[in-house]
Design a protein around this ligand. Structure first.
Ligand code: NAP
Length: 318
């Protein structure tokens, strides 16, 4: 919990409850509280969202020398609080969007809201191996910037072929003895500039058309089994760490049966930021699987807040 935590929130009725505290959640909160709407932001299990596990952010406008992810998120939080938004570091476990006021239940309280903005983002996708779960936190990681320094001098395996995998592999060469990138195809999805940087890095080796079939070790990861998809041949490499960077899944399990979701679980929008339930809006990675950037999430947060303000006024609820 942060120093500014307002876990004890006495008020339970709000004009708008924002679920999630990434760039979308905090930006929504800045706009709704500045518009004088009584605003509660429920931060979720990772206050600040995915950027809390990032090192330097170089592409968020307004910071020509870059800014650290956690610092950017603390700034956004303080900016929302400055205009009166209440932030509570709690997790939503249930919602009831059947009638208004909507009910949003956390571990400690049930809140009522005339409007809700869902900004719950997305979480790292898993490989789905039993051994992955067994060694999670014991050599298997989903965040190089968080855990990289623990793997000094180790041989490291990274799975994935997107921007995250390539960026993380490059970052991990600062700590690891060697970094092997295992990718299921023979070409990368990552942007050319990141690809080039990784290909020029002497510590990085690519293992193409392959997948991880098993992870072994004693107390922590020691060996990773890799299967060639074309031949079926399996080989085992020594590795002290396995970083899984194969994309994300939207955090929408609590909205099943309440909001329309697509076949991958992303929130389906009817019109701009409106969801299938009138009065419930959505912003950021929880519906946007195309752009997934901090700045686009913040942009969606702004749009959702403006839509909420207009909708509440149309409904004569404000
Ligand atoms: P992504 O672009 O969806 O890439 C996921 C990668 O994992 C793909 O290469 C995919 O393989 C592979 N993959 C998916 N499921 C797999 C499985 N079950 N087993 C093995 N491999 C699997 O995800 P991302 O790299 O996290 O990037 C997400 C978004 O953030 C993208 O839009 C990206 O551009 C952006 N991003 C940008 C930056 C930057 O600009 N610096 C940094 C990080 C992320 P296939 O290629 O075969 O599908």
């Amino acid at each position: 919990m942060s120093e500014n935590d307002n876990s004890v929130v006495n008020q339970t009725n709000y004009d708008v409850v924002i679920i999630g505290s990434g760039p979308a959640g905090y930006t929504s909160g800045i706009y709704t509280s500045r518009a004088r709407l009584a605003t509660l932001i429920i931060s979720g299990t990772l206050p600040g969202g995915q950027l809390m596990t990032t090192s330097e952010v170089e592409n968020y406008p307004g910071f020509p020398s870059g800014i650290f992810g956690p610092e950017l998120m603390m700034n956004m939080r303080q900016q929302a609080e400055r205009f009166g938004a209440v932030v509570t570091d709690d997790e939503v476990i249930k919602v009831d969007f059947k009638k208004r006021p909507f009910k949003v239940t956390t571990h400690s309280t049930t809140y009522e809201a005339q409007a809700v903005i869902v900004c719950t983002g997305a979480s790292p996708r898993k490989l789905g191996l039993e051994s992955e779960q067994k060694f999670s936190g014991k050599g298997v990681s989903y965040c190089a910037t968080c855990d990289g320094p623990f793997f000094r001098g180790e041989d490291i395996v990274v799975v994935g072929g997107g921007d995250t995998a390539i960026e993380e592999a490059t970052f991990l060469t600062k700590f690891g003895k060697s970094v092997k990138i295992v990718h299921r195809r023979d070409s990368l999805r990552a942007s050319k500039i990141l690809q080039q940087k990784a290909m020029e890095n002497q510590k990085i080796e690519f293992i193409w058309n392959s997948e991880i079939s098993d992870i072994q070790g004693d107390k922590k990861v020691g060996l990773v089994s890799i299967k060639d998809i074309n031949t079926g041949n399996e080989s085992t490499v020594k590795a002290g760490g396995l970083f899984v960077a194969i994309g994300h899944e939207p955090n929408t399990s609590i909205f099943k049966g309440e909001l329309d979701l697509d076949d991958r679980g992303y929130i389906v929008l009817k019109d701009h930021t409106r969801t299938s339930v009138e009065g419930v809006f959505s912003a950021g990675d929880v519906h946007d699987h195309r752009y997934r950037q901090a700045v686009t999430a913040a942009g969606f947060g702004c749009m959702a807040a403006i839509d909420v303000e207009r909708w509440l006024s149309e409904q004569k609820l404000r």
